[in-house]
Write a protein that binds this ligand. Structure first.
Ligand SMILES: Nc1ncnc2c1ncn2[C@@H]1O[C@H](COP(=O)(O)OP(=O)(O)OP(=O)(O)O)[C@@H](O)[C@H]1O
Ligand SMILES: [Mg+2]
Length: 248
């Protein structure tokens, strides 16, 4: 049971965005992906999801990405989502369940309610999605990623637009999910998840480093990643980044 990537290269209009990535992740694991803007992090996730053409080979529990799509829950990067969609909260969460059958069954509604409750948003069931705040929308999109009860979760900057309390609650949710799912999560600030991260991938057009937090998060690796010195503090043999690059 693993996710394997061999010689992954992705080009957009013949320009290389990601080159020769090789990685094997055992299930279940929590994998944090870090790298500067434009480094290819989202491109890597989209390859796992089978959303873009790629060279090389990807196997998700032995299956090609397109065939493994039903095993994966996805929370896309915030700036790629139309947050003005004229849908109700319940419709946003029900969509992945009904997209195959085209009918809403009682069990679909039960699952959607269960996961909206899980993220603390069940009381907004009948509200319009575009009437929610940014952080509330992130919670609903989290529920949407979870509603099919996937084995693999792909989260692209899930904490953007969240306040400290929401972020802490989402981190707590990840702690509860860890151990049963393989989670790939793109973060600019790994600090809230340092304690529950199994593996870290540093991406800058290629895979610069892959390993445990203490192996990968070193001042040398981060300087190579961001092309500048990154202030860090060390605690219990783990380096924490002070500041770091972020964007909403
Ligand atoms: N659809 C596309 N068409 C052309 N070029 C693209 C496309 N999507 C991404 N790129 C380019 O590929 C590179 C990697 O983009 P990607 O979105 O994977 O970066 P990222 O690491 O997720 O960055 P960010 O931190 O800003 O989200 C960038 O140079 C980007 O301009
Ligand atoms: Mg991105």
């Amino acid at each position: 049971m693993s996710i394997e990537v061999y010689n992954l290269t992705v080009r957009y209009d013949n320009k290389i965005a990601l080159e020769n990535v090789n990685v094997k992740v055992e299930h279940p694991s929590l994998v944090v992906i870090m790298g500067p803007n434009g480094a290819g992090k989202t491109t890597f996730l989209k390859s796992l999801l089978g959303l873009i053409p790629y060279e090389g080979e990807i196997k998700i529990f032995g299956k090609d990405p397109k065939k493994a799509r039903s095993l994966i829950g996805y929370l896309p990067q915030r700036d790629s989502i139309n947050t003005n969609m004229p849908l109700k909260v319940k419709e946003v969460v029900l969509l992945p369940l009904v997209s195959k059958s085209f009918t809403i069954k009682k069990e679909h509604v039960e699952k959607a309610k269960k996961y909206l409750e899980f993220v603390g948003m069940l009381d907004r069931w009948n509200d319009r999605f575009d009437s929610l705040s940014g952080g509330q929308q992130q919670r609903v999109l989290f529920a949407r990623a979870l509603v099919t009860e996937p084995k693999v979760l792909i989260l692209d900057e899930p904490f953007s637009a969240t306040d400290v309390k929401t972020k802490m609650e989402l981190v707590e949710l990840l702690h509860r999910l860890k151990g049963e799912k393989t989670i790939f999560i793109v973060l600019h600030d790994i600090n809230p998840l340092v304690e529950c991260t199994d593996m870290v991938m540093l991406i800058q057009k290629t895979l610069l480093s892959f390993g445990t937090v203490s192996e990968v998060l070193t001042p040398e690796n981060l300087e190579k990643l961001y092309g500048t010195k990154v202030p860090m503090i060390r605690r219990d043999n783990v380096c924490y980044i002070v500041g770091g690059d972020r964007h909403a």
